[in-house]
Design a protein around this ligand. Structure first.
Ligand SMILES: NC(=O)c1ccc[n+]([C@@H]2O[C@H](COP(=O)([O-])OP(=O)(O)OC[C@H]3O[C@@H](n4cnc5c(N)ncnc54)[C@H](OP(=O)(O)O)[C@@H]3O)[C@@H](O)[C@H]2O)c1
Length: 218
């Protein structure tokens, strides 16, 4: 049985990704900050949950240990802090922690099993706002952190073991707490490319950036 860990799986695009993977027969574990609320969401979804706060690195090892042998890691959790990096430098630090440092640490922690299995898929939920090709438009520290996540997704294949792949994707503008009510896409539409990368992309595809299942420029 294939097992997937989704950070921020309790709502938004992460929740829709969990639903989609469960419907395809994948065993899902959602990483949640609020254990009580997360347990209720997991029960409704029919999946497991672990306590995982990406701003609290001490939660990483216990979470990955409890999650079991993870074949698919979806680094989905994100924060959007729009304040100036100069007047609110902590916003950049927090953005980098949640959307760059923590995803990297989780990758490292998931690798022993993926290496033994000779297979593993890492999907980084990024954004066009972190793409130089689209003008790096993300406000505050958001675009910088997503650009760093993109750079990691592009560069890491050279250091990953055979059979383990990593790709980034942009979900588009999605109606979630982050995306807001005006966003045209549903969470399920936003999750589609992440699910496709997790299960359907041709084997060996790695180091690439996608939106709507199409490769896009960094
Ligand atoms: N929505 C869009 O239009 C859009 C566009 C491009 C990219 N994205 C990306 O898509 C991903 C999902 O976004 P979304 O729209 O679904 O956002 P969302 O509805 O705001 O959900 C964000 C998720 O991240 C979790 N999270 C935030 N900080 C965390 C932390 N320190 N530790 C663990 N979990 C944390 C939240 O958990 P809590 O419930 O505990 O807060 C929540 O589950 C993000 O990476 C975002 O940057 C979204």
């Amino acid at each position: 049985m294939t097992r997937a860990l989704i950070t921020g799986g309790n709502r938004g695009i992460g929740y829709a990704t969990a639903e989609g993977l469960i419907a395809r027969g994948v065993e899902v574990v959602i990483g949640v900050r609020d254990a009580q609320a997360g347990a209720a969401v997991a029960a409704a979804l029919g999946c497991d949950w672990v306590h995982l706060d990406l701003e609290q690195p001490e939660t990483f090892v216990p979470a990955i240990t409890a999650a079991g042998e993870i074949d698919i890691l979806i680094n989905n959790a994100g924060i959007l802090i729009e304040d100036s990096m100069i007047t609110h430098p902590d916003g950049l630090r927090r953005s980098m922690q949640v959307m760059f440092h923590a995803p990297f640490e989780l990758i490292v922690l998931c690798l022993p099993h993926m290496t033994r299995a000779g297979a593993g898929r890492i999907i980084n939920v990024s954004s066009g706002w972190g793409a130089f090709d689209e003008g790096l438009e993300g406000p505050g520290g958001y675009g910088v952190a997503k650009a760093a996540l993109n750079a990691l997704s592009h560069a890491l294949p050279r250091d990953l073991p055979h059979g383990v792949t990593i790709n980034a994707m942009c979900p588009g503008w999605v109606h979630t707490r982050m995306g807001g009510r005006a966003a045209p896409r549903t969470p399920a539409e936003g999750a589609d490319t992440a699910i496709w990368l997790a299960l359907d992309v041709p084997a060996g595809t790695t180091g690439k950036f996608y939106r709507d299942r199409q490769e896009k420029a960094w």
